[in-house]
Design a binder for this molecule. Sequence first.
Ligand code: AMP
Ligand code: ZN
Length: 488
Amino acid sequence: MTTTPLKLFNSLTRQLEEFQPVHPGEARVYTCGPTVYNYPHIGNMRAYVFADVLGRTLSFKGYKLTHVINITDVGHLTDDADAGEDKMEKMAAERAQSIWDIAQHYTEAYWADVKALGIRQPAKWTIATEYVPAMIDFAKSIADKHCYELDSGLYFDVTTVADYGRLARAVTEEGEGRIDEVEGKRNAADFAIWRKTPPGEKRQMEWDSPWGRGAPGWHLECSVMSGQVLGFPFDIHTGGIDHREIHHPNEIAQNQAFCCTNGLDVPANSGANIWMHNNFLVERSGKMSKSAGEFLRLQLLIDKGYHPLAYRLMCLQAHYRSELEFSWEGLQAALVRLKRMVMAWERLAQTPPKTAGSPTAMEQILSNHETAFAGTISEDLNTAVALTVFEELLADKKISSDFRLDLLRKFDAVLGFEFDNLSRTDLRIRPKAATITEAEIEAVLTQRKEARAAKDFATSDRLRDELAAQGVEVMDGDPLGWDWKLGE
Ligand code: AMP
Ligand code: ZN
């Protein structure tokens, strides 16, 4: 197989770049994780499916991967201009619950989605509240040269670092960029490193610091956790495209300040060599918004009978840098495609290996498939085409089943479906609204079989229609014989 270099789109340069690891043979990746004040929506989960495919691709290319994802359980405000409330405090107040309980509940819900979507466990989950002393130390080391204090907290002066905002390509002087919401800020884009608790108030989560009792700023968290666990500079930092505008430029500014102050020799001092961003999952009717009541979370898809891996497939069918429009029809199409793959895999696993034929010819064909797959996934993670290469190999009868399965498993390790542990039965999920049980369906189907054997087609048709009225589709071509009808 010819080895293709891995090319990734670096948001810093807005170009494809060949991946050159900082530490030979290793890849160190940091992914901005969720703020655990609510369930993640499926758009949020697209960011982690993307980061997972990136990690899997780095492993496939032979790099020893260290992946870190954080859990933000403090500090993320409802407003980007430092004027809003802490999302965690706000939810805790609304629910009259402790923040710690809220954080635990939604962290576990997020981890359940991670598992259901086949996202691999990172080497480490960093929990923001466990790093507060490290955040205070980081802030202390840059405070003199780069920060100033106001009544409301410690602020970072963005003019103290070179090229602030270059990731966003933002003009931060007059007019463009962010609006200054906090009184006394020197520059519109300055941001809070430490937020003091206002006099007379008490936050559920607060710590003592040289700038008074309070809580860290959200951007500070990611700089500290990524730098501490992976060391500056590390290889790749990921997040959704919205982070390219404010969160990541602010992280980069802090990293620059920290690296210069602490004498670290970091090229361009941005902390990570490559910054990668997934585009958004969009939904026209506004169901993605967490304030919309029944919003699009993974459990909603499952409740309607869609297997979570159908959503993973939907994500992989699009390039991570393209916007992806969610629709129930699109999700259904992905589920049908997944079913076909699973059925083909099941058949292949039962096919005895060929004993005749030339092994050299077969090896050549296998090598072509492998080169095609490696080439496409190495081109900035082109999962859409990689999926078709996978399907071509799945269907290539020229190759003995055992060889085919060996290589398909390698591809599956990148795509992340775990076909060896996935059966056609697993994909048939009972919708929450179903009124009939599986046993009742099987009983009707037995009656229908008897009617057909007796050539009583009128009864057979009536039974099929009765099942259809209860949301069950009789499928004579499918090995399972029937499936749930899915809709919105
Ligand atoms: P948050 O919990 O709000 O910090 O978001 C978690 C991750 O989801 C971040 O990387 C966001 O950039 C990303 N994200 C938010 N909305 C979407 C969306 N609609 N599609 C894709 N990614 C998103
Ligand atoms: Zn972050």
